[in-house]
Design a protein around this ligand. Structure first.
Ligand SMILES: C[S@@+](CC[C@H](N)C(=O)[O-])C[C@H]1O[C@@H](n2cnc3c(N)ncnc32)[C@H](O)[C@@H]1O
Length: 309
């Protein structure tokens, strides 16, 4: 089995979005293999700080190779952002980057159980030290919950058929490997999408559920707005429409004045000011980047800046 190194997506664009100041305090919520972190650190002076998070122990181990006095890695979900800043007596930060989803090593290491390309135990956890595995979840989840997860997180047309096949199969023997899951899904999905394995949507959906990926995102965004210094930047790279929708709506809602009922006797100047301003339009990888790294093709970077209030 070969594991590819992680190729950082939108490396320059993601770091430029933060407009790094040498003495600033930055947060990389998704260290991965440190591509963005290293580029941020290159812009920091001796007083600058970078606090990075990753919930994957192998990413945390990789962070041990980073040599910078202002760098720290935290093995925790990024939704513990506020708690981590409080624990370090950090009031506000100058920029936060989130490069969501999974890293290439997570997808390519068979034993992580995230891919139907290898037959392996059905784990799918980013943090292999805690939480429920995909096999454990599939053993217990009711039919309706499995259907809903496949429909919402995988946008899978055959969600009910797949869920029914899973529930029937587990009544005789547990579904414990990626191979078993992929075979069951292949049988239940009646049509084929061009260039896509029939289990792609199911694997994505279960991975998102196991790692609570959308909840994590919804939890961190408001914390970041509270703790960004005026002028501080939030930059988020998403890889699918479910994540991007959350980011887009959040930034939009935070960047416009509150919507009040018409004819309310309030002057515009008396309304609370929006906390964020949008910075440019959504950024997508160039053709050259997509050609060099096909995994970048669905990436979207959105940037916002904390306003003075
Ligand atoms: C796309 S990779 C980041 C790659 C990184 N920017 C680089 O250049 O190497 C995403 C990483 O974020 C981590 N991750 C995803 N969601 C997380 C969360 N809620 N909390 C902490 N880490 C998370 C994953 O374990 C993975 O290592």
């Amino acid at each position: 089995m070969t594991t590819s190194p992680h190729i950082t997506v939108l490396l320059n664009e993601g770091v430029e979005a933060l407009a790094v100041k040498p003495d600033g305090i930055y947060v990389d919520g998704t260290f991965g293999r440190g591509g963005h972190s290293r580029a941020i650190l290159a812009g920091l002076g001796a007083q600058g700080r970078l606090i990075a998070f990753d919930r994957d122990p192998t990413a945390v181990q990789a962070a041990g190779a980073v040599d910078h006095p202002g760098f720290e890695i935290i093995h925790a979900p990024f939704s513990s952002f506020r708690e981590a800043l409080d624990a370090r007596s950090i009031g506000v930060v100058d920029g936060v980057l989130l490069d969501l989803g999974v890293s290439s090593p997570q997808l390519d290491e068979a034993e992580r159980g995230m891919s139907f390309r290898f037959d392996a135990p059905l784990d799918m956890r980013m943090d292999t030290t805690r939480g429920t595995t995909a096999a454990e979840w599939l053993a217990e989840a009711p039919l309706a919950e499995i259907t809903q997860v496949l429909r919402e997180y995988g946008e899978e047309r055959f969600a009910y058929e797949i869920a029914k096949a899973l529930v029937a199969a587990r009544a005789t023997s547990p579904v414990e490997t990626t191979g078993q899951l992929a075979a069951l899904v292949e049988k239940a999905v009646r049509t084929r999408e061009h260039g896509q394995h029939p289990a792609t949507r199911t694997f994505q959906a279960i991975r998102i559920r196991v790692n609570q990926e959308l909840e994590e995102l919804s939890l961190i965004l408001p914390q970041v707005v509270e703790r960004l210094a005026p002028g501080g930047r939030l930059a988020v790279i998403s890889f699918h429409s479910l994540e991007d929708r959350i980011v887009k709506r959040f930034m939009r809602d935070e960047s416009r004045p509150p919507q009040l009922p018409a004819r309310l006797p309030v002057r515009a100047a008396d309304l609370p000011k929006p906390r964020l301003g949008l910075v440019g339009k959504a950024v997508r990888p160039s053709d050259a980047e997509v050609a060099a790294n096909p995994r970048s093709r669905s990436a979207v970077l959105r940037i916002a800046q904390r306003m003075e209030c």
